[in-house]
Structures are given as C-alpha cells and as structure tokens.
Ligand binder design. Sequence first.
Ligand code: 6PG
Length: 243
Amino acid sequence: MKQEVELEIFEDPRALASGFALWFYNFVNSRPKTNVALSGGSTPKLFFQVLSNEYKDRIDWSGIQFFWGDERCVPPDHQDSNYLMTRKNLFDHIGIPSKNVHRILGESDPEKEAQRYGQEIGDVLSHRDSLPVFDLIILGLGSDGHTASIFPDQMHLLQDAGYCQVAIHPDSGQQRITLTGKVINQADNICFLVAGEGKSGVVGEILNKTGDWEKYPASYIHNSGGSLHWFLDRGAASVFQNG
Ligand code: 6PG
C-alpha cells in the first residue's frame, strides 16, 4: 500500500522548530498517555528549546514516556550524548519524572545494552505483529541518508530481527545503539525533522526517488497504516521543490 507522506516546509530552522513544537503539543495533548522516541544530533535541539520555553506549562509531561531512537556509546555526561543534549535543553527545564525517561545506557557494554534496551522497549510498549509499537518516533537525517544510527554501509539493520542493535559510525568509528528498521517502521507516527541546505540533495533524492535514493536507509522508512511526516526548512527542501 503506497503511503502518503505529509510534508511541511518552514522558512528556517527556528520556524521548523516552532512548527513542529505545535504539532507535538497537539499530538501529546490528544493522548493522555503516550510514548515517543527522540532523535539525537543538533536539529532537535531548537525543538527542545521551544518546548522548554513555550510549552512547559501547557503539556502534562507526566503522561509521556521518553525513549531514544539511538544513542552514542558514551557516558551520559559526554558531549556526544543524545541524552545530555535532551536533558540540558528539555528535561532540566520541565521537571520530567525520572520514571518517564528510558535512557539508553551509552556507558554500558554496547552488545549487552542493545539487548537490554530491546528488552525494555519490549516490556514497556504494546505490540503489533510481534513488534513493539511507538506512538511517535522523531528522526533526523544525515547528509549520507542515514537515520537513527542506521548508516548506508549497515543497511542490514533495516531488516534485523532484533529491536535494537549496535551500529558503527562509518567516519568516526564510534559505536552507537540504534532501533532497527523494523521497529521504526512499526511506529504509529514517524516525523523527520530536517534543516539546512546541506541536506537538500539527499532530501530531494529520497522524496523524488531520484539519484542514489536506494542507497539511503532513510528511503526505507515508511510505516504503512501509520502517518509519516517530513518537517523541512526551505534550505533542506530546495532540491525537492525544484525537482
Ligand atoms: C544522532 C542522530 C542522527 C541524526 C542525524 C542528523 O544520534 O546523531 O540520531 O540520526 O539525527 O545525523 O543530525 P543533525 O541533526 O545534527 O544534522
């Protein structure tokens, strides 16, 4: 079944962050209890800051279970930690109950942590077709077409039977823990947040199905039966719009 992609294009990264924060506010406020897997990297940082500054008292945070789509295998106080970025820009400002934060333990043995986190999401989430179902997964996009920590040289992670696996950043060699493609595609709602001219080429190839689109892991993210949204700024959308 062909999936409709819902696309929203914003003037700049700040407008993208504000626009997605409004979408997120409406999403969580329509669900008394929900769960979300956050992405890492720099793009979500502005989104977290908008949530902290403008939605702190407008959302019942106690009803949201926070997970991550991936984490770097570093301690939670390391500059590369996705948890640290989220904590500094969101959790420290909204007072989220610790029981609502399901951190990937980047400081642990990667193979053991991939298994442990897979068990945790399996225990906490409901299941459909024997896979855990996230209400919402927020994803970023690398300029090489990776998403979460599924990189073009590790496409097998799209089909891996596990819920989580160890990935290796192809440039830095840094180990990561990532949700696998099957779990990502099982989510009820998936939202890509992509900003910047540097991403426009890969966005254009993926959404237009041109060039090297088949080599990009993000090309294989689609949750038939669910909703798939791309939130872009004008920079990231420029090639897509011009074909
Ligand atoms: C990570 C992310 C990764 C990220 C993209 C885009 O842990 O880095 O999960 O998939 O979303 O690399 O990163 P930027 O938002 O920094 O461009």
